[in-house]
Design a protein around this ligand. Structure first.
Ligand SMILES: Nc1ncnc2c1ncn2[C@@H]1O[C@H](COP(=O)(O)OP(=O)(O)O)[C@@H](O)[C@H]1O
Ligand SMILES: C=C(OP(=O)(O)O)C(=O)O
Ligand SMILES: [Ca+2]
Ligand SMILES: [Mn+2]
Length: 674
């Protein structure tokens, strides 16, 4: 049988089993006039004649196009319990109307006390736009603003394919790469802007949150928040269309949070589609009102004349209103990490510890956490071909164990190689959003070494793109708590075993040192101390999280480890970064339990327990004192780093962490410079 006849037969078989909904019209020879039989002849010459192909079932090109796309099947009717009336079955149109009403309410101007007129669908595809639309209900008078005369089109929870088309059609700098990922540009900002992150200080947050020196929470008042909110909402409603994502955070079903993200770019919508937990069709039908809403008007700047504004960028959090407004930055990581901040507030209120850590699980159910600041290896090391990935960045630790907050991963792409990080490399395929990467304009092959746009090139992909992802992303209580530091001074050992007090000391310190830049001449590493390895995201005082971590580690018998993924044999400039292959061997030995059994010696100054031997790792690198050719330089740098730690910890001396003796033990667990 020739190919076209074969396909026709396949299609008929498919429509017989009900999987396809192509309309069945009478086909050749069955009902209409008898057709000339060509089959016998075909057998001989194997030629497929034009007239043997079934005619297309359309009269016009528009009709033909409408055949191509099947309307998404309406889902199960909304159940009675969420509805006021009886056990009434709500029509698809009515359900869509309710959804739109909720979105119009989200987008409401607070001064005009009304939401925009919204309609579902792409404005450029008017003929396909469903009829359902919503005119705000609480109109008191005739429209007083032009914005209430127009419709805002809502592109609601679009699929990756639809978002690709939107991005490529409407957003400059969007391209399909050779592996199928969507390459995008984030504009002027290619990283987060922590100095522009503001939090509303009101009667509640005044007492609850961490304010002042060291705190990431830069205050703003409620009124200023509303000014920025209005600015963002007016901007979004002035557009022809906005993207709305309704999704979840937290794989723990009891503590799941419903989030709505309103944004102006397909890139942002696809990013959040990948990063948050994707609702099933059923879950989306029952979504109702979100617990938290982000208004991302990042293409539009804030107004510098507005009180508190110190730049064109402002990321504003209002915990009371459960809203976040983004102005003046299109970097998508702001949304992901912004929501993480929200979880750092909501979860501890429920006695759940929120963690800036990666998390994976062995075949026997042993769970490890990987804490660390940006670039220290959370994503790289939690993505381990021999273990189940629970998540790469944000988790919760509750009475029941650990749960990932997100539904995706956000990996750095700079110098990514298939050999060293195969799982991440292979996850960069259709559906994955790539930010600010450089590619060949013809082949669309990405050059992972190219830093022309930024060094912070990124890929965001759904967690199931990692072959051994643990779905649902939850696991039992952690057995190992690994603190990652990328020490560009090169004096911290590649691995040390920590006492509980040392774990707390290093957790509160949150040290890493990165090289200041990649330009020549910058020799001096920059020490960073970021409490709880995530000071930019925590909302309460660091000791609150530390006390919870200490309590949980003690209760569940977890062991703490400090792993230096940074320099060895000298500081940045003379030494070299520890080979990823060695770090992986070290991590393997932690997971397997072998390292717990090793022989240990204690280091000077920091008093760290270092193993004398690890399978697959040259023993001489385990003690940095051995690897530095310049012995005096090593000692000097070690003392210097110890001093920086002590300095930083001064800020915590007056705080209690759990009981009094815990506090004392923790203070004693730092470097000893006498
Ligand atoms: N020894 C090492 N351990 C971990 N990562 C390393 C090491 N050497 C180089 N790297 C690189 O450092 C980066 C770590 O970044 P990433 O895993 O994204 O950190 P995080 O998720 O904590 O921000 C990756 O690009 C990784 O390839
Ligand atoms: C997304 C981020 O996380 P990380 O660098 O830790 O992967 C970030 O800090 O912006
Ligand atoms: Ca339902
Ligand atoms: Mn990461």
């Amino acid at each position: 049988m020739c190919m076209c006849c074969y396909r026709e037969r396949e299609r008929e078989m498919a429509s017989d089993n009900g999987e396809f909904s192509f309309p069945r019209t009478p086909t050749k020879g069955r009902n209409g006039l008898p057709k000339i039989q060509t089959h016998g002849k075909k057998q001989e010459d194997q030629i497929c004649h034009d007239d043997s192909a079934p005619p297309v079932k359309a009269q016009t090109i528009d009709e033909l196009h409408s055949l191509q796309r099947k309307r998404s099947v309406p889902n199960t009717p909304i159940k009675g319990e969420t509805q006021p009336a009886f056990n009434a079955v709500v029509s698809e149109e009515e359900r869509q109307k309710q959804q739109l009403q909720s979105i119009s309410a989200s987008l409401a101007s607070l001064t005009r006390e009304t939401g925009p007129k919204v309609v579902r669908g792409d404005p450029d595809r008017k003929s396909e736009t469903p009829r359902a639309h919503v005119t705000p209900t609480h109109h008191v008078a005739a429209p007083t603003s032009d914005s209430s005369l127009k419709f805002t089109h809502i592109l609601y929870n679009l699929s990756p394919a639809e978002l690709y088309e939107q991005a490529i059609k409407y957003e400059k700098g969007s391209f399909i790469t050779s592996s199928g990922a969507l390459a995008t540009l984030s504009g002027a900002k290619t990283g987060r802007s922590p100095r522009d992150k503001r939090v509303v200080r009101d009667e509640t947050t005044e007492d609850e949150l961490w304010w002042g020196k060291g705190s990431p929470n830069i205050e703003m008042d409620e009124h200023t928040f509303l000014v920025n909110r209005e600015r963002a909402v007016d901007y979004l409603c002035s557009l022809d269309k906005v993207y709305v994502n309704d999704q979840f955070l937290n794989w723990d079903p009891v503590h799941r949070i419903k989030v709505r993200i309103v944004s102006a770019r397909a890139y942002h919508s696809l990013f959040m589609h990948n990063m948050c937990i994707r609702p099933t069709t059923e879950e989306l039908e029952d979504f109702g009102t979100p617990d938290f809403t982000i208004y991302n008007a990042g293409m539009f700047p804030c107004n510098r004349y507005t009180h508190y504004m110190t730049s064109s960028t402002s990321i504003d959090l209002n915990l009371g209103r459960r809203e976040m407004v983004i102005l003046g930055t299109q970097y998508a990581g702001e949304m992901k990490k912004g929501l993480f901040g929200v979880m750092h507030y909501l979860m501890p209120k429920r006695q759940i510890l929120s963690l800036h850590s990666g998390c994976n699980m062995g075949k026997d159910g042993d769970v490890a956490l990987f804490f660390g600041l940006s670039g220290t290896g959370k994503t790289t090391l939690s993505t381990d071909h021999n273990r189940y990935l629970i998540g790469d960045d944000e988790h919760c630790w509750s009475e029941n164990g650990v749960s990932n907050i997100e539904g995706g991963c956000y990996a750095k792409c700079i110098d990514l190689s298939k050999d060293k990080e195969p799982d991440i490399f292979n996850a960069i395929k259709f559906g994955t959003v790539m930010e600010n990467v450089v590619f060949d304009e013809h082949t669309r092959e990405v050059d992972y070494s190219d830093k022309s746009v930024t060094e912070n090139t990124r890929a965001a992909y759904p967690i199931e793109y990692i072959p051994n992802a643990k779905i649902p992303c939850v696991g039992p209580h952690p057995k190992n708590v690994i603190l990652l530091a990328c020490d560009a001074f090169g004096v911290l050992p590649p691995v040390s075993k920590l006492s509980l007090a040392q774990t707390m000391y290093h957790f509160i310190s949150g040290y890493t040192a990165l090289v200041a830049g990649t330009e020549d001449g910058i020799k001096e590493p920059q020490a960073t101390f970021s409490a709880c390895f995530g000071a930019a995201f925590i909302m309460l005082h660091p000791t609150k999280y530390a006390a919870m971590l200490a309590e949980k580690m003690k209760k569940h018998g977890a062991t703490g480890w400090l792993v230096n993924t940074g320099w060895s044999g000298g500081s940045y400039g003379s030494g070299k970064r520890i080979k990823l292959a060695y770090t992986r061997k070290i991590i393997d030995a932690i997971h397997s339990g072998k390292l717990l059994e090793a022989k240990y010696t204690k280091t000077e100054i920091f008093g760290l327990e270092i193993p004398t031997e690890i399978e697959g790792v040259p023993s001489e690198i385990l003690d940095p004192a051995n690897t530095w050719p310049d012995k005096a330089g090593h000692r000097e740098t070690l003392v210097k780093l110890g001093g920086l730690f002590k300095n930083n910890f001064e800020g915590f001396l007056n705080y209690k962490i759990g009981s009094d003796n815990v506090t004392e033990e923790i203070l004693a667990a730092g470097p000893n410079l006498e």
